[in-house]
Write a protein that binds this ligand. Structure first.
Ligand code: SF4
Ligand code: SF4
Length: 207
């Protein structure tokens, strides 16, 4: 699911919802065959096709700023209790993810921060990008992307630790330049922390 999640993290459009849902749906474009089953059930019509040059290259994506987290594209609770019959997508390409804009739940990396307390820590972004880093073990950041660069400043500083440990960096401060991106990689200690925090992540359900 890494590609669609990465795009979801990269797009970062502002939501117009009055109330943030606890979960939002995302599509793994590598698994999606563009069959359109999910789009036909979405009550807010926020699932759209991204056409490819060839039909086989088309896939669907979700406008996560409009998704209301109803799960109708994810499962059909009224039809059966059998998991395999509950799934709407024949390719199991849809996941429901914790919505980082939902403020009532504390972010999961916060207890591991050992740096100076700052008034405006971008915890929501730190959680989102930490999750992307957990999935991909690397993050691509455009130099002019101020929010991501700010998160990278935290990830590349030795301000993270479990209880009793020396603080360490989540990402190696050395980055590679590729096609206008800076490519940051997780450090072994940082990756171990992310695995601890996000493996079995209770806010992300499904396989
Ligand atoms: S969870 Fe609901 S609103 Fe969101 S994409 Fe799926 S069907 Fe649409
Ligand atoms: S139901 Fe699955 S395969 Fe079909 S368009 Fe939606 S995500 Fe793609």
């Amino acid at each position: 699911m890494t590609i669609s999640v990465d795009e979801y993290f990269r797009v970062q459009k502002k939501s117009t919802r009055k109330k943030e849902p606890r979960y939002i749906a995302v599509i793994n474009k590598n698994s999606c065959t563009s069959c359109n089953s999910c789009a036909t059930v979405c009550p807010v019509d926020c699932i759209y096709e991204v056409p490819g040059v060839l039909p086989s290259e088309s896939y669907h994506q979700i406008d996560t700023t409009r998704c209301i987290g109803c799960q109708l594209c994810y499962r059909v609770p009224s039809e059966s209790t059998d998991y395999y019959q509950l799934v709407v997508c024949p390719w199991n390409a849809i996941d429901m993810l914790y919505n980082p804009a939902q403020k009532s739940t504390p972010t999961v990396l916060e207890p591991y921060y050992r740096g100076e307390p700052q008034e405006e820590m971008p915890w929501d972004e730190i959680e989102e990008f930490g999750y992307a880093l957990y999935l991909n073990e690397e993050l691509r950041v455009r130099p002019h992307d101020e929010i991501r660069q700010k998160v990278m400043d935290f990830f590349t500083s030795p301000v993270w630790a479990r209880n009793g440990e020396e603080p360490f960096r989540i990402c190696d401060p050395q980055f590679e330049e590729h096609d206008g991106y800076r490519l940051y990689r997780a450090t072994p200690e940082g990756l171990q922390l992310l695995i601890e925090v996000f493996e079995g992540y209770p806010k992300v359900f499904m396989d």
